[in-house]
Design a protein around this ligand. Structure first.
Ligand SMILES: *[C@@H]1O[C@H](CO)[C@@H](O)[C@H](O)[C@H]1NC(C)=O
Ligand SMILES: *[C@@H]1O[C@H](CO)[C@@H](O)[C@H](O)[C@H]1NC(C)=O
Ligand SMILES: *[C@@H]1O[C@H](CO)[C@@H](O)[C@H](O)[C@H]1NC(C)=O
Ligand SMILES: *[C@@H]1O[C@H](CO)[C@@H](O)[C@H](O)[C@H]1NC(C)=O
Length: 748
C-alpha cells in the first residue's frame, strides 16, 4: 500500500515537472503568457454563466470541449538564419554550428536547441609573450632572446600559421613602487649596471609577427629594469595587451597570451599607495612608441580583466616560478580559459610549458553566452561523449576533447517575463572567435483582429478574440446592458441572479452583472449552480473521459453508458471462450457479467451451488416432508450407500449438488455415518488428558508443600518450648562494668 502511494506520488511529481498546468486567465494575451494555456476565440463557446476565464485552458481540454479550429495557441519556434555545416578545411574553417538563429518562445515554457562544435586542427595561433623585466628576471631575459624560434617551431607542429609578439612590464614609475631618487630612477637596479633601464609599466615591444628573426632582434635590445616592491604591474600589462587590438595586431585566430613572472602582482586598490584613485577604464592607452605609463589609472580589478579577456577571446598562460604559483593558481581560478605552469628559475622550460598549456587549453571546451538578457534563463547540457550528458548548467563544459572531435551541447532558453523587444545575445566557445548569434522573442500577444461595433457585441463594443470589449457605459457579455447606478434597478438585477428568492446571488459562485451571472472558473449555468468538475469519476477521469460533464451529470459518448460513462456498450468482454455472453448463466452489465444464483467466475462458467438452496429439495424428496417447489422438479437424486464425505449436511443426511452436461441438477446423498468423527475423538481425548495431567500435578505439588510447612512449624514450636533463658545467659544482656588488665602490672 505504502509502496503504491510512493509510486503514485512520484508519477504525479514527474508529471507536473514535465508539462506546465494551465492557470486560466481572463484575457487572450494573459492566457498566452501563462504556460500550458491556449485560448478559444469561438463566439458561442461559453456555456450560460461561464466567465471568459473558461476560454483559457490546455489545448487538449479545449479540443474535448469542442473548440477545434478556433484555438489560439502559439508554439515556440526557431529559424536558422545561418546554419553552415562544420568544416575543418583550413581554407574555410567552421567550428561552431549553427551561426545565427531566431527563437520565438512562450513565457515559462523552456525551449531547447542543439549546438555543435568541433575544434579544427591547424587553426592559426597568435601568441603574445608578456615578460616581467624586473631585476630578478635578469637571467631569464638572456634565455628568452633565443626563444622566439623555438616557440615558433614547436607551435608549427600543431598549426601552419603562427605569429608571435613580445611585451614587457615592470611597475608604475611612482613612489612607493619605484624609487624617485634621480640616479636611482635612471638606473633602478641594485648594483649600478650600465644595462639597466628606467622602470616602466608596460611596453609593447614587438606586435605580432610571423618572423622569428624580428623577435630575436627586438628582444635582444631589451634591458633589465628594477623596482622597489616585489609585486609588479602584471595586470596592467595584461589589460593593455588585451584591449589594444590594433597595436598588438591580434588576428581573428586562437589568441594566446603567455605571462611570465617570478613574483606576484598589484591589484585594484594598490594604486592608492601612489595616490591614484581613478579605476581603470578598460581602454587602450598605448603611446605612439608602444609604452603605457599607467600613472593616471589604478591597477585593473581581476573581474574586469576576466571580462575583457573573455570578450576578446584571449587565453592566458601563466608561466610563473614555483614560489608564486599559489598566487597565480588563485588568480587563474577567477579567469576562465587560463592555466598556470611552473617556470624554471631561468625560464629554460618555457617552450615545453607553452605547448603543454596550449594542449590543455585546447582540450577544454567552455560554451557560454556573452550576456544574459533580463528575464531570460540560459542553461546548457553537454554531450561530450556519446551516451553521456551533464546536468543543466550555466555553461557547457567538456574536457579532454581532441582536435576535430565533434561535441554537442543542448541549450535551453526559458523566459520568465515577456520581452518588450527582441533580445540579442551571442553564444561562443571560449577562445574561439566564431559566435552563434541568438535573437529571442517572446510570444505574448494573440494578435486577434478587432471588429469594432460588432453585431455580436450589440454594436456597442469591439470584438477581440471572441470577447466583447464594451464601449463606455455598457456592460455584459454582449454589451447588452446599460450601466445603471440607482438602488432600485440594482435590486431587480440582483433578483435575476438568484435561483430562488432566498438563495445566494449566483449561488455564491459568481458575480451578478446586469442580471446575468458571471461564474467563477469551475462553475456555470444561469445561476452558477452547475460545476463541471463535480461529475462522477471513473479511473480518476471525469465521466471516465468518455463523456462531457454537464451541470453535474455525465453526457456520455455514443458507446458508453452509466452515471460515470464507465460502462461500454461493447459486450465482447462478457463473452466466454465459445462467444456466449456470460456462458448463458448471467447478464452482461457494465463491462462485466452479473451471474445468476449458483454461478461464479468472470464469464459465469463455474457452478458453485450453495447448500441452503437445495435443502428444501432434499427435504421434500428424500424425507417427503413438504410438497416440492418448482425448482426441485427437474432434479435427479441418487442415493449412495456406505460412508461418503459430502459437502452439505442436513438433519442426518449429507449431500452434494453437481450439474450434468445437459444442465440438469444432480443431487447425490447419503446417510450421515453414525460413528463419531475420529479426529474429534483424538483431539478431544488429548485435550482432556493434558488438562487432567495438569490438575494432578498441581494437586500433588500443593500436598507436598503443605506437608513440608507442617513439619517446619512443628520443629519451631518444639524449639521454642526447649529454650528457657536465664537472665544472665540472655545473649542480649550486657554487663555495665568493664575490666581492663594493666599490661605493666601483669609483667611485674
Ligand atoms: C576579424 O573579424 C571581424 C569581425 O568578424 C572583422 O571585422 C575583422 O576584419 C577581422 N579581422 C581580421 C584580421 O581578419
Ligand atoms: C595540463 O594538464 C595536465 C593534466 O590535467 C596537468 O597535469 C598539467 O599540469 C597541465 N599543464 C599546464 C601547463 O596547465
Ligand atoms: C522556466 O521559467 C519558469 C518561470 O520563471 C519556471 O517556473 C520554470 O520552472 C522554468 N522551467 C525550467 C525548466 O527551468
Ligand atoms: C462506437 O463503436 C463502434 C464500433 O466499435 C465504432 O465504429 C464507433 O465509432 C463508436 N462510436 C463512438 C462515438 O465512439
Amino acid at each position: 500500500m505504502m509502496f503504491l502511494l510512493v509510486v503514485f506520488l512520484l508519477l504525479h511529481f514527474v508529471g507536473q515537472t514535465c508539462t506546465a498546468v494551465c492557470q486560466p486567465k481572463a484575457s487572450c494575451n494573459e492566457c498566452l503568457r501563462s504556460p500550458g494555456c491556449a485560448w478559444c476565440k469561438m463566439q458561442d463557446f461559453l456555456k450560460e454563466g461561464e466567465s471568459n476565464e473558461r476560454r483559457c485552458d490546455s489545448l487538449e481540454s479545449l479540443k474535448t470541449r469542442m473548440c477545434e479550429g478556433n484555438i489560439i495557441n502559439k508554439k515556440a519556434d526557431m529559424i536558422h538564419v545561418k546554419d553552415v555545416k562544420l568544416n575543418n578545411n583550413p581554407e574555410n574553417v567552421v567550428q561552431l554550428k549553427p551561426q545565427s538563429i531566431e527563437v520565438k518562445l512562450r513565457v515559462g515554457e523552456p525551449y531547447e536547441f542543439n549546438v555543435e562544435f568541433s575544434r579544427a586542427e591547424g587553426y592559426p595561433i597568435d601568441l603574445y609573450y608578456l615578460m616581467d623585466l624586473s631585476y630578478s628576471m635578469k637571467d631569464d631575459l638572456e634565455k628568452i632572446k633565443n626563444l622566439g624560434q623555438d616557440i615558433l617551431t614547436t607551435l608549427q607542429k600543431v598549426t601552419r600559421n603562427v605569429r608571435i609578439g613580445f611585451g614587457s612590464f615592470v611597475d608604475k614609475e611612482m613612489l612607493p613602487y619605484v624609487s624617485q631618487v634621480k640616479s636611482r630612477r635612471r638606473s633602478p637596479c641594485p648594483n649600478n649596471l650600465d644595462s639597466c633601464e628606467p622602470a616602466f609599466t608596460f611596453h609593447n615591444v614587438l606586435p605580432l609577427t610571423s618572423r622569428a628573426d624580428e623577435f630575436k632582434a627586438e628582444v635582444s635590445k631589451q634591458k633589465i629594469s628594477g623596482n622597489l616592491d616585489s609585486p609588479e604591474a602584471g595586470l596592467d600589462a595584461i589589460m593593455q595587451a588585451a584591449v589594444c587590438q590594433k597595436k598588438i595586431n591580434w588576428g581573428n585566430e586562437t589568441r594566446i597570451l603567455v605571462y611570465t613572472s617570478d613574483d606576484t602582482f598589484h591589484m585594484a586598490g594598490d594604486g592608492r599607495l601612489a595616490g591614484i584613485f581613478q579605476p581603470h577604464d578598460g581602454q587602450c592607452h598605448l603611446k605612439r612608441d608602444g609604452s603605457y605609463d599607467g600613472t593616471s589609472f589604478d591597477y585593473p580589478s581581476i573581474g574586469h580583466l576576466s571580462r575583457v579577456l573573455q570578450a576578446n577571446n584571449i587565453q592566458l598562460i601563466f608561466a610563473v616560478t614555483e614560489k608564486s604559483v599559489p598566487a597565480y593558481k588563485a588568480l587563474s581560478a577567477l579567469i576562465p580559459q587560463s592555466v598556470v605552469g611552473v617556470l624554471e628559475d631561468d625560464s629554460s622550460n618555457v617552450v615545453q610549458l607553452i605547448s603543454e598549456a596550449y594542449g590543455n587549453l585546447s582540450s577544454t571546451l567552455l560554451l557560454e553566452q556573452d550576456h544574459t538578457p533580463t528575464g531570460l534563463q540560459v542553461s546548457y547540457q553537454s554531450y561530450c561523449r556519446s551516451g553521456e550528458h551533464s546536468e543543466w548548467q550555466h555553461r557547457g563544459e567538456c574536457t579532454g576533447i581532441k582536435f576535430n572531435e565533434k561535441v554537442e551541447f543542448k541549450v535551453r532558453l526559458n523566459a520568465s517575463v515577456c520581452l518588450k523587444e527582441p533580445e540579442k545575445f551571442e553564444i561562443r566557445m571560449q577562445g574561439i572567435s566564431e559566435v552563434l548569434k541568438v535573437t529571442v522573442e517572446t510570444l505574448c500577444d494573440c494578435d486577434c483582429e478587432k471588429l469594432e461595433n460588432s453585431e455580436l457585441c450589440s454594436r456597442r463594443g469591439t470584438l477581440i478574440c471572441g470577447v466583447c470589449s464594451c464601449n463606455e457605459g455598457y456592460l455584459g457579455k454582449d454589451c447588452s446592458c446599460e450601466h445603471q447606478s440607482d438602488m432600485n434597478s440594482t435590486n431587480t438585477m440582483l433578483k435575476k441572479c438568484r435561483l430562488k428568492e432566498d438563495s445566494q446571488v449566483c449561488s455564491g459562485y459568481g458575480i451578478c452583472e446586469c442580471g446575468r451571472c458571471l461564474c467563477n472558473s469551475q462553475y456555470n449555468g444561469q445561476y452558477c449552480q452547475c460545476n463541471d468538475d463535480s461529475c462522477e469519476r471513473n479511473d480518476n477521469k471525469i465521466c471516465n473521459g468518455q463523456g462531457r460533464c454537464e451541470c453535474g451529470i455525465c453526457n456520455c459518448n455514443g458507446n458508453y453508458t452509466g452515471s460515470a460513462c464507465a460502462c461500454s456498450t461493447n459486450k465482447s468482454m462478457c463473452a466466454n471462450k465459445h462467444g456466449i455472453l456470460c456462458s448463458g448463466n448471467g447478464e452482461c452489465k457494465c463491462n462485466g457479467c452479473v451471474c445468476k444464483a449458483d454461478f461464479m467466475g468472470e464469464d459465469c462458467s463455474q457452478f458453485a451451488p450453495s447448500c441452503s438452496t437445495y435443502i428444501p429439495c432434499v427435504d421434500c424428496t428424500v424425507k417427503s416432508a413438504k410438497t416440492c417447489s418448482v425448482l426441485c422438479e427437474s432434479m435427479e437424486l441418487i442415493h449412495l450407500k456406505g460412508n461418503h464425505e459430502l459437502k452439505c449436511s442436513h438433519e442426518g443426511i449429507i449431500f452434494d449438488v453437481t450439474r450434468k452436461e445437459n444442465g440438469k441438477i444432480l443431487i447425490k446423498y447419503a446417510d450421515l455415518p453414525q460413528s463419531i468423527d475420529k479426529t474429534t475423538v483424538i483431539i478431544g481425548t488429548s485435550v482432556s488428558a493434558i488438562i487432567l495431567i495438569g490438575i494432578v500435578i498441581i494437586i500433588i505439588y500443593k500436598v507436598l508443600l503443605e506437608l513440608y510447612d507442617l513439619r517446619e512449624y512443628r520443629n519451631f514450636v518444639k524449639a521454642q518450648e526447649e529454650t528457657k533463658w536465664k537472665e544472665t545467659q540472655n545473649p542480649l544482656f550486657q554487663e555495665a562494668t568493664t575490666t581492663v588488665l594493666n599490661p605493666l602490672h601483669s609483667q611485674d
